[in-house]
Write a protein that binds this ligand. Structure first.
Ligand SMILES: [Zn+2]
Length: 307
């Protein structure tokens, strides 16, 4: 699924290519891909000028004269600028023709977890249609991040994935940032010390900035606006590296499930929280010693103790 760096890479290509141009025509293969606002985009978009292309969380916002056209790529969405004469791929739901060139913007999404919103007379500052979205991690001050961690009191991986807490992080960058910071994904957010919080925020920003410089990670569906692939997958250190050696210490990269998602970590660089250590120790304890322990516990108390 495209995360902040992938969406940012698309925006950085679309912004100079689209700004100042006008929508000439819209062709829609399916209307239900429009999730909010009028579904007949061909009636409302033509004639409007593109004022800017921006990103908020994981969505692309085309700021038009008198409205905002927003795209969420979901799992498999692509928003590309293609020559109007180029063959149209299957699952291309919307084509937006622009003046000043022979190109069109195409939205393609085979799995349709993504969508399009048109917010008439709205600006990007308004939250309509999107629900609550947390702060942008690249602009997040440390004191706000600490407050978020204290309030959340959940496993840190789950908190990082929750878009209402912090916007834009997904499975790849949460795993890479936690590894970079040396924080175990199952640590509870309110148990992280000041140093750990500082390290984690610095790692989140570092990993995201590097990924943006590499135009994001292409593992399957993600493509940039010009159709090319991202490059950051070559620099992943733990994500989907289960069984390989940790680049820091040589320990074998492990996989566990956190927040219902596959999570990759180095068990040595990211020490487990005490609760997990206890659980593992119990799992390793031979059955007969557990039974002996139970017998001891159920032995009637001695007369002195009862007094
Ligand atoms: Zn390691």
């Amino acid at each position: 699924m495209p995360e902040l760096p992938e969406v940012e890479s698309i925006v950085r290509q679309l912004s100079p290519a689209l700004t100042g141009r006008h929508v000439r025509a819209v062709e829609m293969a399916r209307r239900d891909i429009v999730r909010g606002g009028p579904h007949a985009l061909e009636d409302v978009l033509p004639g409007r000028e593109v004022r800017a292309v921006t990103r908020r969380a994981k969505r692309i916002q085309i700021e038009l004269e008198g409205g905002v056209l927003a795209f969420h790529l979901g799992m498999s969405g692509r928003l590309t600028l293609a020559a109007a004469a180029a063959p149209v791929e299957k699952h291309t739901h919307v084509r937006i023709r622009l003046d000043g060139g022979d190109e069109e913007l195409r939205f393609r999404d085979p799995r349709r977890f993504g969508g399009i919103w048109f917010l008439e007379n709205a600006t990007t500052g308004q939250g309509r249609f999107f629900g609550e979205v947390g702060p942008e991690p690249l602009e997040l001050p440390l004191k706000d991040f600490r407050a978020i961690l204290r309030r959340s009191r959940r496993q840190v991986k789950a908190a990082l994935l929750d878009q209402s807490i912090i916007a834009g992080l997904g499975n790849i960058y949460a795993d890479e940032a936690l590894f970079d910071a040396g924080v175990h994904p199952l640590r509870r957010t309110d148990t992280l010390g000041d140093d750990e919080a500082r390290r984690l925020l610095a790692s989140i920003k570092k990993v995201l900035r590097r990924a943006i410089r590499c135009n994001g990670s292409t593992l399957s569906d993600y493509r940039r606006a010009d159709g090319s692939e991202g490059d950051f997958q070559r620099f992943h250190r733990v994500y989907r590296k289960t069984g390989e050696a940790c680049p820091n210490c040589g320990e074998v990269i492990a996989r566990l499930v956190a927040a219902g998602r596959s999570t990759h970590l180095c068990p040595r660089c990211q020490p487990a929280p005490q609760a997990v250590v206890n659980l593992k120790a119990r799992a390793r304890t031979p059955r007969r010693s557990i039974e002996r322990g139970r017998r001891l516990l159920s032995t009637p108390r001695s007369p002195e103790r009862q007094r």
